[in-house]
Design a protein around this ligand. Structure first.
Ligand code: PEP
Ligand code: MN
Length: 342
């Protein structure tokens, strides 16, 4: 709509879109309001809209995904979390913690370690998607309580995975961010449930998913009304076995061009080896990632999952010192944890 278009003019456009058989999504912006049209399968004849009072231009979104595209919303989405933490703005967030929640002692200790080094969000799986049914599957619902306790102790926010639509309900009760894992990127009923959960979602790229497929999965979340979506590059299956996955750093600027959604990097799953995690975490911040997710364990040799890619506490503290400098060089800063007790 034109700058200064009246509410009546906006509502008229909404009405015409509905008459045409589509849904209308008014989106007030800093300069002007846009009205999104969804529900079409193919090109829309926009001639009825073009002449309406207050309409400045009709933009046809050329991508298969719509609401996640920059054509739909040119300015970056900033996901606002409790305590003033933002993802997608100037701050670069660090999410850190063990692969799995293993015990109360382990998760509280891990939370203290990563908080001390400067992380703002604690990660840790209660429900683990494991390749083998005989591997540790996570502690399940009791682990969610332990994560809540770790948050109470440290003030960190909590990010944890929901593996199915049923789990979304449990995870939503305690998590600040619902993680959708790589193996579930195209679990569409899970995406729809997470899209309705009312909490921000961290969507990880599938093991062999293209960037277009990642963005289409994000579209499911936005289509359910959830705008608070953070994408995550975590490596894709490559042909070389030297690393666990092929960490696709170029996905960061590619996604940032195509979408307004924030994107973070997970070099832990991206490389699978702790001595490779450190340089690739630095590189991800330099490449403009809105955050990094790092597996850190108080005692990686005893980890029940992903020990080989988990950093030792002192390695993580050193990495934090390094990424602070790198962020500054590109005009950003690493999000600082709120003072304890604040
Ligand atoms: C995880 O974050 O521990 C995890 C299982 O990651 P991914 O879904 O990327 O494999
Ligand atoms: Mn893991």
């Amino acid at each position: 709509m034109r700058h200064g278009a009246t509410e009546e003019e906006i509502q008229r456009v909404v009405g015409v879109i509905r008459e045409m058989g589509y849904q209308a999504r008014p989106m007030p912006g800093a300069q002007r309001t846009a009205v999104g049209l969804v529900g079409n399968d193919g090109r829309v004849d926009s001639s009825r809209l073009e002449g309406l009072p207050g309409v400045q231009e009709v933009i046809h979104v050329s991508r298969p995904y719509k609401q996640v595209s920059r054509e739909w919303k040119p300015e970056n989405t900033v996901v606002r979390l409790p305590g003033g933490v933002t993802v997608g703005g100037t701050d670069v967030v660090v999410i850190a913690g063990p692969c799995s929640v293993e015990s109360e002692r382990q998760i509280i200790e891990a939370a203290r370690i990563v908080r001390e080094a400067g992380a703002v969000i604690l990660r840790g799986g209660a429900f683990k998607p494991r390749t083998s049914p005989y591997s540790f599957q996570g502690l399940g619902r009791p682990a969610l309580k332990l994560l809540a306790r770790a948050r109470d102790e440290t003030g960190l926010l909590v990010c944890t995975e929901a593996m199915d639509a049923e789990g979304v309900g449990w995870v939503t009760e305690i998590a600040d961010i619902i993680q959708i894992g790589a193996r579930n990127m195209q679990n569409f009923s899970l995406l729809r449930a997470a899209g309705r959960a009312g909490k921000p979602v961290l969507l990880k790229r599938g093991i062999s998913a293209t960037i277009t497929e990642l963005l289409l999965s994000a579209e499911y979340l936005l289509a359910e009304g959830n705008q608070d979506v953070i994408l995550c590059e975590r490596g894709v299956r490559g042909f070389d076995t030297m690393t666990r996955n092929l960490f696709d750093l170029s996905a960061i600027p590619v996604v940032q061009k195509l979408s307004h959604l924030p994107i973070i990097a997970d070099p832990s799953h991206g490389t699978g080896l702790r001595d490779k995690v450190i340089p690739m975490a630095r590189a991800a911040v330099a490449a403009g990632a809105d955050g990094v997710m790092i597996e850190v364990h108080p005692n990686p040799d005893e980890a029940k999952s992903d020990g080989a890619q988990s950093l030792f506490p002192d390695q993580f503290a050193q990495l934090m010192r390094e990424v602070r400098v790198i962020a500054e060089v590109i005009g950003r800063r690493i999000a600082e944890p709120a003072p304890v007790g604040a």
